[in-house]
Design a protein around this ligand. Structure first.
Ligand SMILES: Cc1cc2nc3c(=O)[nH]c(=O)nc-3n(C[C@H](O)[C@H](O)[C@H](O)COP(=O)(O)OP(=O)(O)OC[C@H]3O[C@@H](n4cnc5c(N)ncnc54)[C@H](O)[C@@H]3O)c2cc1C
Length: 468
C-alpha cells in the first residue's frame, strides 16, 4: 500500500538529489534532463527489467516543427498541433497546458538525438486520425521496446543509476508537503530508505488497478487492460494523501482493434487507409476514422463485444510493415477469404448482409451514397478483393489519461492552487491532454506528455536540486 508518512526527519540508507519513480519513457527522459543539469539522479523501477507501457506501445511520438518534418517540407506549427489536440478533446483540456507540451516537443526530440544519441524517423506513409499533418516520430524499428532500450542505453551512458526490482512504497514528507525521502521494497521483502531533495512521479496511471478503474472509469471495468500490469495507480494514492489535485480521472485511451483471442494490436493504419469494421451480424456500426480510442467502446457495444476488421491485399501488405501485425499473422489471427461467401462463413453472418455492406462501401466511394456514420470513403482507397483479409478484434483499455494537475514546469499542484514544494509528475502519472473521456485521445497523446513532461520535470527538478 503506497503511503505518505509525515515525519520531520528519517534515517536513510542512501541519499540522492532526485528520485524518479518508474523507468518508462517519462522516467528515463526525466533522468537524462536532470543529469544534464549536473545533479545526482536515481530511477527506481519495480520490475527487474524496465519496460512499462512504453515497451508495449508502438513508440510513436508526435512533435511539431521538427527537422524531420522540415526535410520533407511538411508545414507544422505549435498552433496547428495545439488545434488538432484541442479539436479532438473538444477543448476540454487547458489550452495553455497543451501549448506548453507542444512547444517543447521538437526541442525534446532534437536534444535526445544531439545529446543522447537517439534516432528518430518521421512516419509519413499515412495520417493518423485527427492529425492534419505527418508528425509521428519513431525509433527506426518503429517499436516501443526499441525506444525504451535505446533510452536505457542513453541513461547508462549518462551515468544514471536505474535501480530495478525496487518498488517505491512510502514517501516521507514534512507537514508542508516537502518530500525528503522514500522507501523501496525489494522482491525478498527487504525495505530500504532513500533520502532525496526532489521526487518525480513517472509511474504512469492506474490502468493496472481494477479498484481505481471501477471508481474512475466504470465503463471499462470488465474490459481487457492492454497496458503494463505494474501501473497500479501509486501516484494517485500519494497525490490524494499530499492534497494534490487529481483531474479528468475518467479520461483514457482505448483501442478498438486488438486481435482476439490472440491479444495483438492490429495497426489502425489499415482502417485509415480503407479497411472497415463489421460486427458479427456483418454490418458496419460506426465511423471508423473518428479515432481508434472511442472505437474501443463502439466495438465493446457490439454482440459479444467483438468486431471484424475487413481489408484487402494492399492493406495486408501495409500491415506487414508493422511488427505487431507480423506477430498477429504468425499467431494465426489474420484470416483470408477468397470470396464474399467465405467472409460470411468466417464471420458467421448471412452472405447477403456481407454483400450489402460491401456494395454500400462501393457506393460511398463513388459518391452515389453517403455513409450514415459520416465516414468519407475515397475511391483510391476502395477495398479491392478477393482475396479479403479478416481479423477478429475487441476493444481494450490501453492507459489512463487523467491524473495529477501540473504547472508549466511539471510541478505538482494542490487542489487550492498552490504547488507542492519539490514534487513533479510526468507521463501517465500527470493529467494528459485528452479531455475527460475516451473520445478526446488524439493518437500519440500518451508519449507526447511522457517525453515532454519528463523533460520539463527533469530540467526544473534539476535546477531546484542544484539550488538546494
Ligand atoms: C499497446 C499500446 C500501444 C501504445 N502506443 C502508443 C503510441 O504509439 N504512441 C503514444 O503516444 N502512446 C502510445 N501508448 C501509450 C504509451 O505507451 C504511454 O502513454 C506511455 O508509455 C507512458 O509512459 P510512462 O513513462 O508514463 O509510463 P510507463 O512506460 O508505463 O512506465 C511506468 C513505469 O513505472 C513503474 N512503476 C509503477 N509503479 C511503480 C512504483 N511504485 N515503484 C517503482 N516503479 C513503478 C512501472 O513498472 C513502469 O515501468 C500505447 C499504449 C499501449 C498499451
Amino acid at each position: 500500500m503506497s503511503k505518505v508518512r509525515f515525519e520531520k526527519t528519517s534515517k536513510y540508507d542512501h541519499k540522492v538529489s532526485i528520485a524518479i519513480v518508474g523507468a518508462g519513457a517519462a522516467g528515463l527522459v526525466a533522468a537524462l534532463a536532470a543529469k544534464d543539469n549536473g545533479v545526482d539522479v536515481m530511477v527506481f523501477e519495480r520490475d527487474n527489467v524496465p519496460s512499462g507501457s512504453t515497451a508495449l506501445s508502438s513508440g510513436f511520438i508526435p512533435a511539431c516543427n521538427t527537422r524531420w518534418q522540415s526535410a520533407i517540407a511538411s508545414i507544422d506549427t505549435v498552433d496547428i498541433f495545439v488545434d488538432d489536440i484541442q479539436r479532438k478533446n473538444k477543448n476540454q483540456s487547458d489550452r495553455r497546458f497543451v501549448r506548453n507540451v507542444c512547444s517543447v516537443s521538437a526541442d525534446v526530440l532534437h536534444w535526445l538525438v544531439d545529446k543522447h544519441e537517439q534516432e528518430f524517423i518521421l512516419l509519413d506513409q499515412f495520417l493518423y486520425p485527427g492529425h492534419t499533418t505527418h508528425r509521428m516520430h519513431a525509433h527506426p524499428s518503429r517499436t516501443g521496446s526499441a525506444l525504451i532500450n535505446s533510452l536505457l542505453e542513453a541513461v547508462e551512458r549518462a551515468g544514471v543509476d536505474v535501480v530495478c526490482s525496487a518498488q517505491v512504497e512510502d514517501l516521507f514528507a514534512r507537514e508542508d508537503g516537502t518530500i525528503h525521502g522514500l522507501s523501496i521494497k525489494r522482491p525478498d521483502g527487504i525495505v530500504e530508505r532513500v533520502g532525496c531533495d526532489a521526487v518525480i512521479f513517472a509511474c504512469n496511471g492506474f490502468g493496472g488497478n481494477r479498484i481505481m478503474i471501477d471508481e474512475f472509469i466504470p465503463e471499462m471495468s470488465d474490459s481487457l487492460y492492454f497496458g503494463h500490469a505494474g501501473n497500479k495507480g501509486d501516484s494517485v494514492s500519494w497525490a490524494k494523501q499530499l492534497g494534490a489535485s487529481l483531474v479528468q480521472m475518467g479520461s483514457y485511451q482505448g483501442h478498438g482493434s486488438v486481435a482476439t483471442p490472440h491479444g495483438v494490436l492490429i495497426t489502425w493504419a489499415i482502417i485509415m487507409e480503407g479497411g472497415i469494421q463489421l460486427n458479427s451480424d456483418g454490418v458496419r456500426f460506426s465511423n471508423e476514422t473518428e479515432g481508434y480510442s472511442e472505437q474501443a467502446l463502439n466495438v465493446l457495444k457490439q454482440p459479444e463485444g467483438i468486431a471484424w476488421n475487413v481489408f484487402d491485399e494492399r492493406l495486408h501488405n501495409l500491415g506487414l510493415d508493422f511488427e505487431d501485425y507480423r506477430r498477429a499473422e504468425e499467431a494465426g489471427a489474420i484470416r483470408i477469404a477468397n470470396s464474399v461467401a467465405s467472409i460470411a462463413d468466417i464471420i458467421g453472418a448471412p452472405v447477403d448482409t456481407i454483400k450489402k455492406s460491401l456494395e454500400e462501401i462501393d457506393n460511398f466511394s463513388k459518391g452515389n451514397l453517403s455513409c450514415p456514420f459520416g465516414r468519407i470513403f475515397e475511391d483510391k482507397k476502395k477495398l479491392q478483393g478477393p482475396p479479403f483479409y479478416l481479423v477478429k478484434v475487441t476493444g481494450a483499455l490501453f492507459h489512463t489519461q487523467g491524473g495529477i494537475l501540473v504547472d508549466n514546469q511539471a510541478r505538482v499542484m494542490r487542489s487550492d492552487g498552490s504547488k507542492l514544494p519539490n514534487v513533479f509528475a510526468s507521463g501517465g502519472a500527470a493529467v494528459g491532454v485528452s479531455g475527460t473521456g475516451v473520445d478526446g485521445y488524439l493518437s500519440g497523446n500518451g508519449l507526447l506528455t511522457a517525453v515532454t513532461l519528463g523533460y520539463l520535470a527533469g530540467c526544473f527538478a534539476g535546477e531546484q536540486a542544484k539550488k538546494s
